[in-house]
Design a protein. Structure first.
Length: 206
């Protein structure tokens, strides 16, 4: 009986020891599972943060590309605008040079005309009264002949009166004559001879 009791006791002790070992193993297993779950959670969180970082970097890179493209377009537009401005400036300089040349030419012509007018005035002052009267009467004849041509071409009546502008095409050089003595001409009607305000400067009717 004592041997059985001892053997039974040993079995009980072994059973208790097995239970203890099994309990300890289960505890370690649960601890290991918990650590595995925590590691998986940490890994998932790390992957999520890494993906977020990648997304943020991709967005930043896309924004940088867009800004770079915008800056490139602005630079191209600025270069094109500068090219247009240089071209317009060259054209304006050319136009300015042509305008200056035209002004210089006109000024030279004006100075020449003034000199010729002064020479003509000086020559007129040296004319005798008879010569001035003869020149004036000759101008009156030109006006009279121009009136006749004007009336003939335009079918005007003897009572119609032309203007200086009407007679310019029929006068020499398209210039209306002037009295060398400073008189004023009155054109008058087609049927009447023109007159001068200077006494004695009279065109006799033929």
């Amino acid at each position: 009986m004592k041997l059985k009791d001892v053997f039974l006791g040993v079995l009980i002790v072994a059973l208790i020891a097995s239970e203890a070992l099994l309990f300890s193993a289960n505890q370690k297993k649960h601890a290991a599972l918990n650590q595995l779950r925590q590691a998986q959670n940490d890994l998932h969180q790390t992957q999520t943060e890494l993906q977020q970082t990648k997304d943020a970097d991709a967005a930043a890179m896309s924004s940088l590309r867009a800004e770079n493209q915008s800056l490139t377009r602005r630079l191209t537009d600025a270069q094109n605008a500068a090219t247009r401005l240089r071209t317009e400036n060259q054209q304006l300089n050319q136009q300015l040079g042509a305008a200056r040349q035209t002004v210089q030419t006109q000024q030279q012509n004006l100075e020449q005309q003034q000199a010729e007018a002064q020479q003509a005035a000086a020559a007129t002052t040296t004319l005798t009264e008879a010569e001035q009267r003869e020149m004036c009467i000759n101008s009156l004849r030109q006006i009279y002949a121009a009136k006749a041509q004007w009336a003939l071409e335009l079918n005007k009546a003897a009572t119609d009166t032309p203007t200086e502008q009407d007679l310019l095409p029929y006068l020499s050089g398209n210039v209306f004559p002037v009295c060398p003595s400073g008189g004023t001409y009155t054109i008058g009607a087609v049927g009447n001879p023109p007159t001068c305000s200077i006494p004695g400067h009279v065109l006799s009717q033929q």
